[in-house]
Design a protein around this ligand. Structure first.
Ligand code: AMP
Ligand code: ZN
Length: 472
């Protein structure tokens, strides 16, 4: 049974999706005005881990991540770089896709863009206006927070407290400092769309209400994002969606802790950031993901190079094991060999009970390290291991370490290609071994060297010959 901490109720709850086999999940995506930093990456990766664990548990996950492709920051950048806002968004959308792919984040089912949903957003605002939750002041449309009696339920704050905090943001057009823009009137030279209130563009909060409703329905299971989105962004989404539909918007609200540098949140505005693409030049996705998995998703995560170095080192243990178990030189036929007394199920069970406990990834990682240690011990103790043992090891790592946490890349570690390629290489290794037995070293060296030319490195040991694909 999976239990997960729900920001809305402030407690761990059993996770029960609306439809028994399907989970509908929405994660707030990036504003595409720059390369994203490694702090943003923490949120994207932990959302990915949650999604993959739900899939591991057999749910069919419908995963939506929006792209905010029109916003003040994009307009600012377009002025600075003297290019159209649309081109700024296109450039950084492409960069976003490149970077999350490198981080081994699985693609969302849909990446809705705000600018493709202006009609839905306008219709949503019209609905709020008709229900008296919105007011228009000279082309700027605001949400009237005082009309929504549950305002503050997500952040757990009372309206008066929130109002006191919002006084700094005085805007004469607003009735209440907490009111927020649903539609922003276009200033001279800014990109705009036509609307019943004149030329303008959507506010940030409304885009997530409109797009999540369109792609996931009025009520869905999970809404996630970084801690900084609890207030006001997610609070405002609830106010908009529940005012419009009169239904509960989201059942489980999940928020990720900040990635910090010197105990301070990494952010563009503070200038204390590293882009994910820069970090990826020096560290693998697996080491970044291991570092993130070693901290619980809700807690703060202090980030520095030494921590990344040590997670890189930790990964060696997995890599060495993968190399050891695949491709196994002379796999014994199924059923032959001495089966070690190895209880794979207990490791699955321990991995699952860690993950079921509000995604306790640090504990899950500890289970995986124990697994590696115990498999190594079993291999060291017994000689004749059956091929099932090796395939069970790989299957376990593939489902958990790779499939859920993304801290191992079996394909990369095995450094092998398609199964036909693998069979051909093994055929050549067999021929080479035959040549060596016959002391035909000219032929055996030729095979070795020519494979080497193709980027396939052979390694002989007393257990047999293994190979590795090396980048040329
Ligand atoms: P943004 O592009 O600023 O809207 O942020 C994209 C996502 O990254 C959101 O879910 C943010 O909550 C999250 N985020 C921003 N900064 C950090 C940080 N330092 N640590 C973790 N998540 C963050
Ligand atoms: Zn959002």
């Amino acid at each position: 049974m999976l239990s997960i901490y729900n920001t809305l109720t402030r407690k761990k709850e059993e996770f029960i999706p609306i439809s028994p086999d399907e989970v509908r999940m929405y994660v707030c995506g990036p504003t595409v005005y720059d390369y994203f930093h490694i702090g943003n990456a923490r949120s994207f990766i932990m959302a990915d881990v949650l999604r993959k664990y739900l899939e591991y548990k057999g749910y069919n996950v419908k995963y939506i991540m929006n792209l905010t492709d029109i916003d003040d920051r994009i307009i600012k950048k377009s002025i600075e770089e003297k290019i159209e806002a649309k081109l700024v968004a296109e450039k950084y959308t492409k960069a976003f896709f490149d970077d999350i792919e490198k981080l081994k984040v699985k693609q969302a089912d849909v990446y809705p863009k705000a600018t493709d949903h202006v009609q839905e957003i306008v219709d949503f605002i019209k609905q709020l206006e008709e229900k008296s939750f919105a007011y228009n002041v000279d082309g700027n449309v605001f949400y009237d927070v005082s009309k929504f009696h549950d305002y503050g339920k997500l952040s757990g704050k009372k309206l008066v407290e929130l109002e006191a905090g919002a006084r700094v943001d005085v805007n004469e057009e607003k009735k209440n400092p907490l009111d927020f823009a649903l539609w922003k009137k276009a200033k001279e030279g800014e990109p705009f769309w036509e609307s019943p209130w004149g030329k303008g563009r959507p506010g940030w909060h409304i885009e997530c209400s409109a797009m999540s409703g369109k792609h996931l329905g009025e009520t869905f299971d999970i809404h996630a994002g970084g801690n900084d989105l609890i207030f006001p962004h997610h609070e405002n989404e609830i106010a908009q969606s529940e005012a419009a539909t009169k239904k509960k918007f989201v059942n489980y609200w999940i928020h990720f802790g900040f990635l910090n540098i010197n105990n301070e949140k990494m952010s563009k505005s503070l200038g204390n950031f590293f882009t994910a693409r820069d970090i990826l030049k020096h560290y693998s996705a697996e080491s970044i993901r291991l570092l993130f998995s070693q901290t619980h998703y809700r807690g703060p995560l202090e980030f520095n190079d030494e921590l990344l170095d040590s997670s890189q080192k930790g990964l060696e243990k997995f890599k060495n094991l993968v190399e050891k178990v695949s491709p196994h030189p002379v796999p014994l036929p199924k059923g032959e060999g001495v089966s070690p007394d190895f209880d794979f199920q207990s490791y699955y069970k321990d991995f699952e009970s860690a993950m079921d406990d509000d995604l306790n990834t640090p504990q899950a990682v500890a289970v995986l390290f124990d697994f590696v240690r115990d498999v190594n011990k079993a291999i060291a103790e017994k000689e004749n291991l059956p091929s099932e043992f090796y395939s069970n090891v790989k299957e376990f790592l593939s489902k958990t370490a790779q499939g859920v946490l993304g801290i191992v890349d079996l394909e990369k570690s095995e450094a092998q290609g398609s199964s036909v390629e693998k069979e051909l290489i093994e055929l050549l290794i067999g021929l080479r071994n035959g040549a060596r037995k016959e002391k035909n070293f000219a032929l055996s060296d030729k095979i070795r060297n020519e494979l080497n030319e193709l980027g396939i490195e052979l390694k002989d040991s007393k257990e047999g010959t293994t190979y590795k694909k090396v980048k040329k």
